[in-house]
Design a binder for this molecule. Sequence first.
Ligand SMILES: Nc1ncnc2c1ncn2[C@@H]1O[C@H](COP(=O)(O)OP(=O)(O)O)[C@@H](O)[C@H]1O
Ligand SMILES: NC(=O)OP(=O)(O)O
Length: 314
Amino acid sequence: MKKKKRIVIALGGNALGNTLPEQMKAVKTTARAIVDLIEEGCEVVVAHGNGPQVGMVNNAMIALTHEDSSQPNTPLSVCVAMSQAYVGYDLQNALREELLNRGIHDIPVATMITQVRVDENDPAFLTPSKPIGKFVDQEQAKALSEKYNYIMKEDSGRGYRRVVASPKPVEIVEIETIRTLVDAGELVIACGGGGIPVTRSGNHLKGASAVIDKDFASCMMAKELDADFLIILTAVEKVALNFGTPSEKWLGDISIEEAKQYISEGHFAPGSMLPKVEAAVDFASSKAGRTALITLLEKSKEGIQGKTGTTFHL
Ligand SMILES: Nc1ncnc2c1ncn2[C@@H]1O[C@H](COP(=O)(O)OP(=O)(O)O)[C@@H](O)[C@H]1O
Ligand SMILES: NC(=O)OP(=O)(O)O
């Protein structure tokens, strides 16, 4: 019998929406796209981002502390944990329902609260780079940085966002549990929001004030699970050279060498497209036969059929 293709999908912000009602709606479309892949005969593992969601949770927790001084600050690591549960809850239910609606009764869905270890000496702790929360204009950005000491940065021509530290993942703490569930045929949602960042001190895991890039965490999970495909779903169908300029050129199938050259030429914006391309290069170059794909959620099926998206190969 032909072995099923194992796919790790990294869902970007547009697959989840920015508010509770938007998320309820978005996860239904997302579930349809994922179950399409399952019906194509693929084994799917789902990871997702949390930029808007962790920003929202963090704001709510700050407001709580302002209202009630007996409530201590909620660490960013706990906000990431909350965002994993919030997204996992809606996504898990949408997937369950979509599977049942299509008569698929033998694939249980589970969300794994996932911790990802980072290095406490990672220089990324000193240079915040990960955009979270809402997009605001320049004036609002100035007000937020004055009021809360936030570091605000312009994000790919779409406005300003708060940036936080984003160290690289070193180890997925729950990887053996994830592997056991995936090998048992379950549909697992894991490494949400890049994973809850932790550092290790002996047997103790301590939350770190950071948001890990889900593209890097998904890449690590895809390698750990020996996946065939890493699919990074975002708001563009393809990756572009000279993005947003008159000489914009959309990329189809590219080699690792070409991708590395384009990275060095500065074609991909840090904090948005650059981590996706870096994760795609890392995965596709890690072992022969591994393919990475960057495309739109609605195009994921066509993407794995080689009909669209930007595909990275050795
Ligand atoms: N070279 C590029 N090619 C395509 N998109 C790019 C490029 N550089 C920056 N972008 C921007 O990056 C966005 C994807 O990053 P982002 O929105 O942070 O991802 P996510 O979907 O994970 O939230 C695209 O929608 C686009 O606006
Ligand atoms: N954690 C993370 O990478 O989130 P986004 O995909 O929303 O940026």
